[in-house]
Ligand binder design. Structure first.
Ligand code: ATR
Length: 239
């Protein structure tokens, strides 16, 4: 999607994947200048670890505790986070989130980004996680509730666990939960997950897949790097 955007905007740039081994991360980050890197996305599992190699971290990334976008300012590398936008923006296209009852599954990196955005929008969030203590810890940070059940009739269900990433046939939640749910969002992209299939089968009216999440953080990232409006249709099409 970024390559397509560069082409449309006539920007002379490439977007490449780097396969960085854990032992090479420090060297990799210290040699960004030599590699002529002007911007970078960071994916799992380095979103927190890269922070120590940056000249500055935006408040949003500090609060979330993770960086997914690196940009250059005055010749130095700074980190920010647009994962929260990837989750919030497609939801907001469907409905305002103020006061909405949200069931958030997971309490890891992606869930932290979701919490940041959901708090900003004034949603009522209940966090359900395999490890209750992490759900409690995250909930306390944002004034949300940790829950051990999904019996409270959520209007929106968000999957921020990694269940379904390795095994697409596994879902983090019993499909019964989807009964009166209006919107389901899955952060996992690359394949159809059991979570999404269950939601579809249950007749959930709005389903946002991980691809959409990827796309929206991509818009924000591109705009940060180039300082111009993202060519959204071109990016969507290419993705
Ligand atoms: P990410 O950065 O993608 O959020 P992460 O920080 O490793 O990845 O978080 C993964 C999330 O998926 C966690 O909430 C994790 O639950 P725990 O806190 O109990 O580890 C959840 N998760 C991973 N595998 C799971 C499984 N098999 N069943 C339920 N939850 C799972």
């Amino acid at each position: 999607m970024h390559k397509a955007a560069f082409k449309t905007l006539k920007v002379s740039a490439v977007y490449e994947a780097f396969d960085v081994k854990p032992n090479d991360l420090e060297d990799f980050m210290k040699n960004l200048h030599e590699k002529h890197v002007d911007g970078l996305n960071v994916s799992m599992p380095y979103k927190t670890e890269v922070m120590q190699y940056l000249a500055g971290i935006d408040p949003v990334a500090k609060k979330i505790g993770a960086v997914n976008c690196i940009y250059k300012k005055n010749g130095k590398y700074h980190g920010t986070n647009y994962d929260w936008k990837g989750i919030i923006e497609p939801l907001k296209k469907i409905t305002p989130l103020k006061g909405k009852k949200v069931l958030l599954l997971g309490a890891g990196g992606a869930a932290k980004a979701a919490c940041y955005g959901l708090k900003k929008e004034g949603a009522k969030v209940f966090i359900l996680n395999r490890t209750f203590e992490s759900a409690k810890h995250l909930a306390d940070q944002y004034g949300f509730k940790a829950t051990e059940t999904a019996e409270f009739m959520p209007e929106i269900v968000i999957n921020c666990t990694s269940v379904g990433f390795d095994n697409p046939e596994e879902s983090p939640i019993n499909p019964r939960v989807f009964k009166d749910v209006k919107i389901v969002l899955d952060i996992i992209y690359g394949h159809k997950t059991r979570f999404v299939k269950d939601a579809r089968a249950a007749g959930v009216p709005y389903i946002i897949t991980g691809l959409e999440v990827l796309l929206y953080q991509g818009y924000a990232t591109l705009e940060k790097w180039l300082g111009v409006k993202a060519p959204k249709e071109v990016m969507r099409e290419s993705l």
